[in-house]
Design a protein around this ligand. Structure first.
Ligand SMILES: NC(=O)c1ccc[n+]([C@@H]2O[C@H](COP(=O)([O-])OP(=O)(O)OC[C@H]3O[C@@H](n4cnc5c(N)ncnc54)[C@H](OP(=O)(O)O)[C@@H]3O)[C@@H](O)[C@H]2O)c1
Length: 427
């Protein structure tokens, strides 16, 4: 496959911005591991961030972990700060693709997107913040299209497994898939698991600002998506799921919003039948359920007030039973953790009209992978970036602001993920 190439003016295929962050350090390791698979070995990349010293430390650490002592000297460092637009422009001019790990994106994301659009670099992020993702679509889609730049959000655990899982299931279904539910379960090893504070903060600010999201969505002036086939019933706020044999709640992350945007794009641009989607997450047995409800009540109360948000931000461990922490998970905890999305779909066989009667066929698929935040996310982000690099002809014809499903529906991203530990299968 013909790769998008660098030039003397734009010397790096990939620039990891925010490489010194908790997630950024694992993206650095994933890039270092993955580019060594390139038979020609000439993928050029650099790390970027606001502190040269921290970036040097990250490279040193990655060199030790991966046993690649040359990493420190072979990988260039770019100093760039979100608060200094000239430094962002200089960074973006040097990159074919910026892998942006600087969050919360609601505070730091827009200047980076703007600099990428203005300076011709594609942009991948791992945001799980619908307000940020959708406001970038509203404000930069036309400009990005004019410049031929792809701005592709939510390319981490939020929301590649769900969004590409829906597309994979649709592609495997013999006929017209009209409705799909996913059930997420997460497992931890004997050492348990944590999520880093960066994601906790993104969630707090995002939930505090949900009312603005409704206003933002009105500005798109979208017509409702046509619902084809039997209407998918929404489950309750809490129910026992026979599918995953445990209690489940509606999934609170960005997946449903991202999938909906993808389905709208595919329906409007490719006349595809939109798939109705319901996303749920398992919470375990009764003991877990009581703990979770208690934590959720306190969280929902505190997140409404500025003093409450400050408390939540100061004491993540206390308010999340230790699930979110400023230290993040250890490597041992990450090794013991995994996720599974079980998809249950229904639709109509090729000889049946989806506008008539009840669905007459079902499908079940799985998307499984390693620890969500710092193993699966770097894999998904890096494979998304390599897909832009190696498969430009399979991307949407015009640049623009896209969801992963909209950007990658016609690429081999699912195959790439399968080869790197995020496995899609029909069961
Ligand atoms: N999609 C997913 O599933 C997923 C998974 C993991 C993380 N995430 C998201 O990724 C984001 C980062 O999370 P994290 O836990 O890695 O957070 P983090 O450890 O706090 O990292 C934040 C990064 O942003 C950098 N930064 C902050 N202000 C900056 C500025 N003005 N200019 C340049 N760089 C700046 C920090 O640089 P310094 O090191 O210099 O402070 C650091 O590199 C969050 O939004 C999180 O929600 C998403």
């Amino acid at each position: 496959m013909a790769r998008v190439e660098t030039s003397s003016d734009r010397p790096y295929h990939l620039v990891i911005f925010g490489a010194s962050g908790f997630t950024g350090q694992f993206v650095v390791e994933e890039v270092a591991r993955t580019v060594s698979e390139d038979p020609k070995g000439n993928t050029k990349w650099a790390v970027a961030g606001r502190s040269r010293q921290k970036l040097e430390k990250v490279l040193e650490q990655a060199a030790g972990v991966l046993n690649k002592p040359n990493l420190r000297t072979q990988v260039d460092i770019i100093v760039a700060d979100v608060a200094e637009p000239d430094s962002l422009a200089a960074m973006c001019k040097q990159a074919v693709i910026v892998l942006n790990c600087v969050g919360p994106y609601r505070f730091f994301g827009e200047p980076v997107v703007k600099a990428c659009v203005e300076n011709g670099a594609h942009h991948i992020d791992i945001s799980g913040e619908p307000q940020f993702l959708e406001s970038m679509q509203l404000n930069y889609n036309s400009q990005a299209a004019e410049k031929g730049v792809y701005i592709i959000g939510s390319c981490g655990f939020d929301s590649i497994p769900a969004d590409m899982g829906v597309i994979y299931t649709r592609d495997q279904f013999k006929g017209t898939l009209t409705a799909l539910e996913s059930f997420l379960t997460v497992s931890f090893g004997p050492d348990g698991g944590h999520i880093h504070d960066g994601t906790w903060q993104s969630a707090i600010y995002g939930l505090a600002d949900r009312s603005n999201l409704r206003g933002l969505r009105k500005k798109f002036n979208h017509k409702p998506l046509p619902s084809v086939g039997s209407k998918l019933k929404h489950r309750g706020a809490l129910f026992y799921s026979n599918e995953i044999q445990q209690y489940a709640i509606p999934f609170m992350g960005s997946d449903p919003a991202v999938v909906k945007r993808t389905q709208r794009f595919l329906a409007e641009e490719h006349r595809a039948t939109p798939v109705q989607y319901g996303a749920y997450a398992g919470v375990g047995g009764v003991g877990n359920l009581i703990k979770m409800m208690f934590a959720a009540m306190i969280f929902w109360f505190l997140v409404k007030f500025s003093f409450g948000r400050n408390l939540l931000i100061k004491y993540p461990e206390f308010f999340s039973y230790g699930f979110f922490s400023k230290a993040g998970p250890t490597r041992k905890q990450m090794e013991g953790s995994s996720f599974q999305f079980s998809f249950y779909g229904q639709g109509y066989t090729e000889d049946q009209d989806p506008s008539q009667g009840k669905p007459n066929a079902k499908i079940r698929t799985l998307v499984q992978g390693p620890e969500c935040g710092y193993v699966a996310t770097p894999i998904a982000m890096v494979q998304a970036a390599l897909t832009i690099l190696y498969e430009p002809a399979a991307l949407p014809k015009r640049g623009g602001v896209y969801t992963p499903g909209a950007a990658f529906a016609k690429t081999t991203l699912v195959d790439r993920l399968n080869k790197h530990g995020i496995r899609f299968s029909v069961i």
